[in-house]
Every structure is written in C-alpha cells, then in structure tokens.
Design a protein. Structure first.
Length: 565
C-alpha cells in the first residue's frame, strides 16, 4: 500500500510539469522503468544497488559500461524522448482544477512521506504514543537510513522506487544538515605525520594477519556461578583484553566498521554505516595493507547482500569477498545449515586455511562467523550439553543457554584446530580473535538479574554490556603487551595490530594512535580521557570528529590524500 502511495504521489507531482495525462503516465513510467533497468544492470555487473549519488558518476559509468549496453540505452532513451515529444504535441492541456487537485494530493502525499523518512518513520512519536493508528504501519514506511538488512534485500521487500525515493531523501538530508570539512583542515591532521613510520624490528617476511570476529562471542560466566568455567580453554589461554564493542545484542556490521576504518559509531549517532554511508572508496586497514603488497580477503559464511557487504568490502579496499555463495554450491548448501538457519563455521575456517595457502603473498583475512547467531530457541548442536542448575531459570532459558554455550565451545574448538594447522605454516602469522557483541539472550538476562534495574537495561551505560573477549595468537614472538589492557575500543584496535605485526604506521593510523594516546575510548558509555595525555585533548577530539565527518558525510579528502599516494 505504501509503495502504491509513493508511486501515485510521484506521478501526481510529474503531472504538475505537463498538465496532460498520457504524457505524464508515459514519462513517469519511462523514468521508473529506466531506473529499475539501471539498478538491475548495476547489480549484475557490480553487485551493488543504484543510489542517488551514482548520478555523479555518469562519465565513469559510460567509460566502464559495455558498448552494447551503452548503445541499447542511448537508443532506447532517444526513441522514448521522440515519442514523448510526439505525445506532448498531440495532447491538449487539461483543466486547471485537475492541476490544483494533483498539486494538493502530491504535495500532501510527498510531504507526509518525506516527514516520515526524516523522522525515522515517526519513531519518536510512536515511542510516546505506541497505540496510535499510525504506529501500526510504522515499519511499512521505507526508511533506508534506519535499514539493517542492506539495499538489495530492501528492494526485494519494498520495491525499487520506494527504496530510491527514501535514499534520495536521505541524501538531501545529508546535504542540508551536515557540513563539509575543508581539505586544508583534513590535510592538517596528517602534516605532522607526513612520513610513514618504519617498522621497529622488521621480520624477514611480512606476517599473515587473520582477524576473526566471532558471532556473539562473550564470556558467559559473567551471568553467574552456575555457568561452567572451562567452556573455551584455548581462547581463555590467549585472551589478552576485552574488546569494547559499539553494539549490544546485534549490529555486527558496526563493529567491523570500527575495526576496519577506526572511525566511530557513537559520534555518528549509531547509524549503520554499511547501509547508509559507505557508497564510495574509503580508507581502511585493507586499503593500507593492500598498498604494502598484502592480498586482502573478507570472509563471511552468510549471504553476500546482507549489510551491503557485497559492495562495502570493495569500497574498503579488499581484493575479494568470499561469501556463503562462494563457499559451497547452492545444491549442497542445505547440508551446512543448522536448525537456527545459519551456516556452520566449519565452512569459514576451511576457507581461511585455503586462502592462507593460496598465494605466496602475505595475507590479510577478515573473517566473520555466523553459526552461533541468535535466536537460540533451538537445538542446533544437540540437547543438554550443559545442564545448568540455577534457581528461577525457566526451561526456555535453559534451552537457550545450552545452545549458546555449546556454540561458544564449538568456536573454541574451531580456533584450536586452526592454531594447530597454523603452527605448520612457515610464514609468520598473527590471529586476532574477538566477539562482535554480547548475545541477544532476552529472558536469560532477566533470570540471572544481569541488569540491576529496568533503567540500566534500557540505558546500558556500563562497559560490561559491551565487552567481549579479545584473544591474540602468533606462531612467532610479538609484543603481546600492546594488547594487555582492560578494554581496547574497536576503533583503536587497528594501530595495535599493525604495530604488533611490526609493520610501519601510515599517517592515518599515526593520527588514530595519537587520539588513542589521549582517549582510551570514545563510546556511548563515556568518553574516557587518559590522565597522561600530552596533547590539547579537546582539539584532538574535534579533529577526530572532523575526520569522521569528512569520510562519511563530506568530500572524503582523507581517501584522496592518503590512498592514492
């Protein structure tokens, strides 16, 4: 119904230009179908959906498009324009009352839809008045800024025209209400770091770097003493700190966004950057390691379109993205899907091993697991591996805990096997393992009184709600003290990894390291200032904010200044 309303409002608006019915219908449908066709071609060739900012790249599009496609599109557009001119001349202007009625309907309809998009589908209103009739249809309104599934899947859900309309409003919102940071301001961030630092004690070979972000991996012993103490012996042995995640219970893509870019979700209102912002080349850990000669691979044993990963990883500078579609054929895929609907992590670890022996280049692999994803109301690993005895614990909660804890145990077993295999690899190799966020356990938290109060549950201002295990292993000596602290914020992890790998730091990560020297975390639980800070820290924090604004909403001067050197 909402899709029909958007199409009707747009057609009525186009009528205001012509005041003729047939040319309005022909022109509007031609535009709609052309946009849908362009989107299909972009998804076919680039595995990414059409967004408004793509029209700033018309010249580049014509350069890379196949000649037959260019010829077909130009021919079709020319014929349609000729037909529109013919229809326009043949049809008479219609009565003014039709003009005014269409003006009223289109402006009211578009105004209502734009307002809904700007206010995140009336989210604030519905929090205060959840019983309102409007709130029953809240989720039916397209709102790509608050979307969590990705462009391709959203288009399948609501249709391309509502999607493109919402994206256009989001782009307008960004242009109207965000400032562009001038290039000299961004350049000044790096002037004191004009040269890339040299490695402190370079190894004979650049080491492989394997980062494994494990789905919902957490130290469940924090729930209480009834939780078994030795579920993850290998990871406990190599744990050096906790990762301070920007998310709780979900939002995996925001965690990897911070780790890979060292940018900050809290400063950007917890917006899902993979879906809303990363539509262009963006400086990242993969970008830098590629410049050092690394072969860079993103891996995830889930569908390639979710969270826009199919296009985001290209923009982040990865050489390839190995998704579930690449790991196993569609005919055999069902064998590797558990009761929860998620692919087994064995597929992922097989691909890690394969990639590490694929080429003689040093490898950077960023792997995201999925088999222990919520919900846990199933027996995907079998029943009663863990018999939890806790007063007041419901049978449903026991089942969830059994599934979740068994998943933690399996994660430890996967890592143990990987470490055994990597001990035989000649090239120096570092493995960084961490959980993306606490699990979404629902009633289990209540049964264990994990939250002190309903207010604490709603606000989540304690770091314990965002701390996941961070483990580090290597097959050669590294400085593990770099990771030995209570919490390492996700946005400050990358410089520590580069330093531990004895790789030179580029100006970008020197700046991030300087911010980290004054702030241990810039997070929704608090902005933690280091008392030993040697810099004028308010200015440093503002510079970090400028960096975020430039990369995500501005001209992206950082990429132009650093990535193309």
């Amino acid at each position: 119904m909402i899709s029909v309303l958007i199409n009707y409002a747009l057609i009525s608006f186009i009528y205001l230009l012509f005041r003729k019915t047939f040319i309005t219908l022909f022109f509007s449908q031609f535009i709609f179908l052309l946009l849908i066709f362009i989107n299909e071609q972009k998804e076919k060739y680039l595995s990414a959906s059409l967004v408004p900012s793509d029209f700033l790249l018309i010249k580049e599009t014509f350069i890379v498009a196949p000649w037959l496609l260019k010829f077909s599109v130009l021919t079709g557009v020319t014929l349609c324009i000729a037909l529109m001119v013919f229809l326009y001349r043949k049809e008479r202007l219609e009565k003014k009352r039709l003009f005014f009625s269409n003006a009223l309907l289109s402006l009211l309809g578009l105004g209502f839809l734009i307002s809904a998009n700007f206010s995140n589908n009336f989210g604030h209103f519905c929090q205060q008045s959840p019983q309102s009739w409007l709130c029953k249809y809240q989720q039916a309104f397209p709102n790509t800024r608050g979307d969590w599934i990705g462009d391709h899947l959203t288009i399948q859900k609501i249709g391309f025209i509502p999607f493109f309309f919402s994206k256009s409003i989001d782009s307008l919102n960004t242009q109207l209400f965000t400032e562009n940071i001038p290039e000299p301001t961004i350049k000044a961030l790096y002037t004191t770091f004009s040269q890339t630092t040299t490695a402190t004690s370079p190894t004979e070979q650049q080491p492989n770097i394997v980062m494994i972000m494990s789905e919902a991996h957490w130290d469940a012993r924090q729930l209480g003493k009834s939780i078994p103490q030795n579920i993850t012996p290998t990871l406990d042995r190599y744990q050096t700190a906790s990762l301070l995640s920007p998310s709780f219970g979900g939002g995996t893509a925001n965690v990897e966004f911070e780790v890979l870019t060292s940018l900050n979700i809290y400063l950007n209102h917890n917006e899902l950057m993979y879906v809303s912002k990363l539509k262009r080349p963006t400086y990242s850990l993969a970008t830098y390691l590629s410049s050092l000669g690394y072969d860079t691979t993103a891996m995830h044993n889930n569908g390639k379109f979710f969270f826009n990963r199919n296009s985001v990883y290209t923009n982040l500078g990865f050489n390839r993205f190995t998704s579930l579609e690449n790991m196993i054929s569609s005919q055999d895929r069902a064998k590797y899907i558990n009761q929860g609907g998620w692919a087994t992590d064995e597929l992922l670890y097989q691909n890690i091993r394969s990639q590490l022996t694929h080429t003689k280049q040093p490898q950077f692999i960023y792997a995201i697991t999925v088999e222990n994803h919520f919900s846990y109301n199933d027996d995907r690993y079998g029943k009663d591996h863990f018999n939890i005895k806790q007063e007041g614990l419901s049978d449903a909660s026991k089942r969830q805990l059994n599934t979740y804890l068994t998943g933690l145990q399996r994660a430890d077993q996967h890592v143990t096997k990987l470490i055994q295999d990597l001990k035989q690899v000649e090239r120096p190799t570092i493995v960084i393992f961490f959980g993306d966020h606490l699990p979404s356990l629902g009633q289990v938290y209540d049964d264990y009184h994990f939250f002190a109060s309903e207010q604490e549950k709603a606000e989540k201002k304690d770091v314990k709600f965002f701390s996941t295990p961070l483990a580090v292993w290597s097959n050669y000596p590294i400085d593990r003290s770099l990771f030995q602290q209570k919490n390492i914020a996700a946005h400050f992890l990358a410089p520590k990894v580069l330093t531990a790998a004895q790789l030179p730091l580029p100006p970008y990560y020197q700046f991030i390291q300087e911010v980290n020297s004054c702030y241990s975390a810039i997070h929704q639980t608090g902005v933690e200032l280091n008392p030993e800070c040697k810099y004028p820290h308010p200015q440093l924090l503002n510079q970090y904010k400028d960096l975020n604004m430039d990369v995500l909403n501005g001209k992206n001067h950082t990429y132009q200044l650093l990535a193309k050197k």
